[in-house]
Design a protein around this ligand. Structure first.
Ligand code: NAP
Ligand code: HSE
Length: 349
C-alpha cells in the first residue's frame, strides 16, 4: 500500500450504483485516497462522477491490478464472491457493504476475516456503527437478547402503508430513492434483514449460528396492508420488521418477522429508514440507531472502513466461541420486550 509515501492510496471500486456513486462523490474531497478504477456492468451508461472515461471499466483485472484497496459495492453473491476472492488473492484488503455475500459465504470468507483483511461496517445498519460495537466493546457485555430493525426499505414501506399508500406504490418509491436492493424481494421478504441479523449473530453470540435455520425462521412484510398497519396505530403503536436473537432450549435462536410495537417503543421511533438495535446484556442495555439505507449514509461508513484499510488497520475480529446461553431466570429478570407478532407474520408469502 501507498500510505507510507505521500502518494494517495488507489481505490478500486467494484460497482458504481447508488452507494458506489456516493462514495465517488466523497472521494473527490480527499487527497489521501484516489478513485483509480470502477467496475460496472454497462460501460455505456451515463455516470455522474468526475473523469468517468478514465475511471469506468468492465475489466475486473484492470481494477485489481491498479488498486491498493478494493471496495465491493456490486451486490449479489456469486459474482461478488469471485471478485472479492480474486482481490484477496492479490493481497488487496477488501471493504464491502454486501451483507448477502457475507451471510451466504461467511465460512469461505472467514480466513480473510481472521487475517483482518475484510472490512464490512456498512453492511449492517448502514451509517450506524454496529459492527464495530458487536465485534468490540459489546463483547464484554454478555448477551441475553438482541432485537433490531435492520431494513430501511421495510421501514419506509411500512410508514407509507400507515399513510394509506398501496403496497406496490410504496415499494416502487423505495426503489426510486435507492433504498431497495437491486431485487427488492430481498427486502420485503425479510431476507435482507436476515442477512444482517446473521452477521450480527455470528459476531455477537455464536460463530456457528446457522444461516439455514435463520432463513427458515424469516418472514417478510409482503402480506401487510394499510389496514393492518393502521390498526396498530390506533393505540399509538407501529408495525416494524424486527430481527431477534434470543436464548431458547439452551441455544441461540435467530428470527425475523413483522411485530406490533407499542407507542414510544425505541425500535418504532425515528425517521422512516432508521435502523436500530437493542442489545440486552448482563452488563445492561445498549441502544444503537442511525440511518439504515441510502447512498451517502452507506458510503460514509464505507469511507470509514477505507480509511482503516488504507492505514493497515484490521477489520472486525471473529468471535472464537459462543457466548454462554443465559438462564431462564436471567431472561425473566429483564422483563419482556413489549412486542407481539403482527397479522401475516406467520404466513410465508
Ligand atoms: P446498485 O445501485 O444496484 O449498483 C450496483 C453496481 O454494481 C452498478 O454500478 C452495477 O453496474 C454494478 N454491477 C452489478 N453487477 C455487476 C457485474 N456482474 N459486473 C460488474 N458490475 C456489476 O446497488 P447499491 O444500492 O449501490 O448497493 C451496492 C451494495 O451495497 C449491495 O451489496 C447492497 O446490498 C449494499 N448496500 C446498499 C445500501 C443502499 O442503501 N443502497 C445500503 C447498504 C448496503 P451498472 O451500473 O453498469 O448496472
Ligand atoms: N436494501 C437495504 C435496506 C439497504 O433497505 O435496508 C441497506 O442495507
Amino acid at each position: 500500500m501507498n500510505q507510507a509515501s505521500s502518494a494517495p492510496v488507489r481505490v478500486g471500486l467494484l460497482g458504481l450504483g447508488t452507494v458506489g456513486t456516493a462514495l465517488a462523490d466523497l472521494l473527490r474531497f480527499r487527497s489521501d485516497l484516489i478513485l483509480e478504477r470502477a467496475l460496472v456492468r454497462d460501460a455505456s451508461k451515463p455516470r455522474r462522477i468526475v473523469r468517468p472515461d478514465e475511471v469506468v471499466t468492465t475489466d475486473l483485472d484492470e481494477v485489481l491490478d491498479r488498486s491498493d484497496v478494493v471496495v465491493e459495492l456490486m451486490g449479489g453473491v456469486d459474482r461478488a464472491y469471485a471478485a472479492v476472492d480474486a482481490a484477496l488473492a492479490r493481497g488487496r484488503p477488501v471493504v464491502t457493504a454486501n451483507k448477502a455475500l457475507l451471510a451466504e459465504r461467511w465460512d469461505d470468507l472467514a480466513p480473510a476475516m481472521r487475517d483482518g483483511r475484510l472490512h464490512f461496517e456498512a453492511s449492517v445498519m448502514a451509517g450506524a456503527p454496529v459492527i464495530g460495537a458487536v465485534a468490540g466493546s459489546l463483547r464484554g457485555n454478555a448477551p441475553i437478547e438482541i432485537h433490531a430493525v435492520l431494513n430501511g426499505t421495510c421501514g419506509f414501506v411500512l410508514s407509507r402503508l400507515e399513510q394509506g399508500v398501496p403496497y406496490a406504490a410504496a415499494v416502487a418509491e423505495a426503489q426510486r430513492l435507492g433504498y431497495a436492493e437491486a431485487d427488492p424481494t430481498l427486502d420485503v421478504s425479510g431476507l435482507d434483514a436476515a442477512h444482517k441479523l446473521f452477521v450480527i449473530g455470528r459476531l455477537a453470540v455464536d460463530p456457528q449460528l446457522s444461516w439455514a435455520a435463520l432463513r427458515d425462521a424469516t418472514r417478510g412484510i409482503e402480506r401487510l396492508t394499510p389496514g393492518i398497519v393502521q390498526e396498530a396505530m390506533e393505540d399509538g403503536g407501529r408495525v416494524q420488521l424486527v430481527g431477534s436473537i434470543v436464548p431458547a432450549d439452551g441455544r441461540w435462536h435467530a428470527t425475523v418477522r413483522p411485530v406490533y410495537l407499542p407507542a414510544g417503543h425505541p425500535l418504532a421511533l425515528g425517521e422512516e429508514t432508521r435502523a436500530s438495535m437493542i442489545y440486552r446484556g448482563a452488563g445492561g442495555e445498549a441502544f444503537l440507531a442511525g440511518p439504515g439505507a441510502g447512498g451517502i449514509e452507506t458510503a460514509s461508513a464505507v469511507l470509514g472502513d477505507l480509511l482503516a484499510a488504507a492505514a493497515g488497520r484490521p477489520g472486525p475480529s471473529l468471535l472464537d466461541r459462543a457466548a454462554p446461553v443465559p438462564t431462564t431466570a436471567q431472561v425473566e429478570d429483564l422483563g419482556e420486550l413489549e412486542a407481539a407478532a403482527a397479522p401475516g407474520a406467520s404466513d410465508r408469502a
